[in-house]
Design a protein around this ligand. Sequence first.
Ligand SMILES: N[C@@H](CCC(=O)N[C@@H](CS)C(=O)NCC(=O)O)C(=O)O
Length: 287
Amino acid sequence: MSSQLSQASALASRRLGCVMSHVSNSASVNRQSEPDIKLLEPTVTHDPKALAQGSPFPPTTPGVLRLYNMRFCPFAQRTKLVLEHKKIPHETVNVNLKYKPDWFLKLSPIGLVPVLQLDDLVLPESTATCDWLDDTFPGQKRLTPSDRLRRAWDRVLLENVGKISDTFYALRRRAELKDKILDSLEKKLHWFENILSSRDGPYFGGTQPAMIDFMLWPHFERLPALTMLTSDPRITPEPQNLPRLAAWMKVMMSLPAVQATLMDTNAHAHFFASFGTGSPDYDFGLE
Ligand SMILES: N[C@@H](CCC(=O)N[C@@H](CS)C(=O)NCC(=O)O)C(=O)O
């Protein structure tokens, strides 16, 4: 027992006090109250298939950050985008959200992905996980703006983007209201277009992508699938209808983090259709 304790304390002191090699040393300047966290590179690659009820818990490794994910979840994609953009080492475990494993519900009783786990730390919710990552590993790419008004307006954008995703579900529930639902989505997209036009760069963050770009992106990535499902071209940003958003989508697509998490339009459309029939195809495209 005492040898286990001393091993644990040796491990803890190895992990505290120095910053991950590829996260800038500014981390130690910016964080005063908590010790720095040194993450270890994962050595195990988990099967990407979604783990369902009855599947055994994949053992964690001390010092390895884990993301509980669902491959088609726009909220989990936010966390993945921040992890990828900041090059934060992590492993991913995909969860079947229709038949959740008991260990997942025990770990995070709210039962939603994303969830981050690092040793004893368990943190749910896309915005909380992304803020924690940005605060804990600020590195050279701090994503949260320092300007208070910009931060406040980014919150306004964030609060409104959910209405884009709601469209998918509204259309499934009230197909007879299709025109009305799409009219209101189109209006909302023009609102985003105007705000983007008032900013100083191709990104919502300006000349560089900021946290808000990664918070919004997953919802916009799915718009072409919505056009495919509704045959309504107004709701996909193109240079002729929503030029600033179209240009933003183009630059976002070229970011390595977006490339690393991107699902194509067919895959999104397939997943939505499968979700609509009550049998979400979590493993679509694997094998
Ligand atoms: N507010 C949460 C929403 C997350 C969320 O709705 N995740 C969905 C998948 S996209 C989920 O886990 N659903 C499981 C369930 O509803 O039981 C966040 O921002 O993280």
